[in-house]
Design a protein around this ligand. Structure first.
Ligand SMILES: *Cc1c(COP(=O)(O)O)cnc(C)c1O
Length: 213
């Protein structure tokens, strides 16, 4: 995996060191996360609230960086905030408000939905700018940038290029929000070519997920 990332970075004229590899460990047992940590992985991605809440508590001593990449229910927002170091899936104003805090800050990405299915997580690109402004104006949220999942049946590179263009559009409102969370097992090389700074990779590293995967 590291060599695949290095090859794509070289092709893009980028340094692999500027790309954060998040290993998505959803559905896998705590023992797998412990093995990854022994191999030097610090950034873990999860998408189900109760599962990661438990894992983060159990593994607190390892001081890992937990990335929440799933949809966040409004009523669970404060609980997610309590263990997540980075929330990749901010996608609506009510969630921004639910995540606000006067006492601590959490890093986040705004997720953009490039499909025409509103049930998928993410904000419609047309509604992105007001959401960026809302995050900027909300205490306790530090906007890192944009996140997406490439839609099925679309050339992933085109989807990622679209996010890169949207990223340029938001810089006037949020000059610090330059990061791009995009690229999974099947499309990480294309994502790197379009400027991804955070890859979320599961099966290509962990193998097939146990149950429902
Ligand atoms: C599961 C998941 C991933 C990892 O997917 P793989 O295809 O296993 O690499 C990345 N991002 C999100 C949002 C996910 O839910």
């Amino acid at each position: 995996m590291r060599s695949g990332i290095e090859d794509a970075a070289r092709e893009a004229g980028r340094a692999a060191s500027e790309i954060t590899l998040i290993v998505v460990t959803k559905f896998h047992p705590v023992s797998l996360i412990e093995q990854l940590a022994e191999l030097g992985v610090r950034d873990m991605g999860e998408n189900r609230h109760q599962e990661v809440q438990q894992k983060a508590a159990e593994l607190a001593a390892l001081d890992l960086t937990w990335h929440f990449v799933g949809q966040v229910q409004g009523k669970k927002a404060r609980q997610v905030r309590a263990y997540a170091n980075v929330i990749h899936s901010v996608d609506r104003a009510s969630l921004v408000d639910a995540l606000a805090s006067e006492t601590s800050a959490v890093d986040c990405f705004i997720q953009v939905n490039l499909t025409d299915d509103p049930a998928r997580g993410g904000v419609n690109p047309n509604e992105l700018l007001p959401l960026v402004e809302r995050v900027q104006d909300t205490a306790g949220l530090r906007l890192l940038g944009l996140m997406t999942v490439a839609p099925l049946h679309v050339e992933p590179r085109r989807a990622f290029a679209r996010i890169r263009a949207l990223s340029a559009d938001i810089l006037q409102s949020a000059p610090q929000a330059t990061a791009l969370s995009m690229g999974m097992s099947q499309d990480y090389a294309e994502a790197i070519l379009e400027g991804a700074t955070h890859l979320r990779i599961g099966t290509a590293i962990t193998g097939k997920r146990p149950d429902h995967s």
